[in-house]
Write a protein that binds this ligand. Structure first.
Ligand SMILES: [Zn+2]
Ligand SMILES: [Zn+2]
Length: 180
């Protein structure tokens, strides 16, 4: 399986070491070598002051307007919401070009737990692969151990693996062969 490059973008203060770390496992899953773009501040218009959260749809629209290369995964460390949801771990345009994930609720510290870099990275990787899966046309999977299973809570994220189930893996490969 050979994918085109995947582009990684820090919006705000997500450290470059997080993106560097993601490169190896993303390459293993998707084939292409991830390219890290110069970071950018978060678009101010995405901030909802009443909720103190950023609207992921506004971020995705902004990324499109800015003409970033694709497929693009952007990472933020602010809390995200999507209209109709209290919060979201991330959002992607299904079969589209650009996605965003938030690390805010992946930090053990968010739940008053001690810092755990390895756990944070595992969670970040799962959310990254999940949203990239959407960009390659995959929908949510009923298999609770598949990376494409929807995470209602962090327990769901921690339960699932960072791998695609056989069914999703086959769909992914079919999508790549079509040149999606
Ligand atoms: Zn999803
Ligand atoms: Zn699956």
């Amino acid at each position: 399986m050979m994918f085109p490059e995947i582009f990684l973008l820090s919006l705000g203060t997500v450290g470059k070491e997080v993106l560097e770390w993601l490169k190896v496992p993303l390459r293993e899953r998707f084939g292409g070598v991830p390219v890290i773009l110069p970071s950018s501040p978060l678009p101010k218009q995405a901030l909802n002051l009443e909720r103190n959260q950023y609207n992921s749809r506004v971020i995705l629209n902004w990324l499109n307007l800015r003409g970033y290369p694709s497929p693009l995964l952007s990472l933020v460390d602010k809390d995200l919401y999507s209209p109709g949801l209290n919060f979201c771990f991330g959002e992607a345009e299904l079969g589209g070009k650009r996605a965003v994930i938030s690390l805010a609720r992946l930090h053990p510290g968010y739940y008053s737990r001690p810092p755990d870099t390895q756990l944070l990275r595992e969670r970040t990787l799962k959310e990254a692969i999940h949203e990239l899966g959407h960009l390659f046309g995959l929908q949510h999977c009923p298999d609770q151990f598949c990376v494409m299973h929807f995470s209602h809570t962090l327990c769901d994220t921690d339960r699932k693996a960072s791998l695609f189930c056989d069914r999703c893996q086959r769909k992914l490969e079919a999508s790549v062969q079509k040149g999606n």
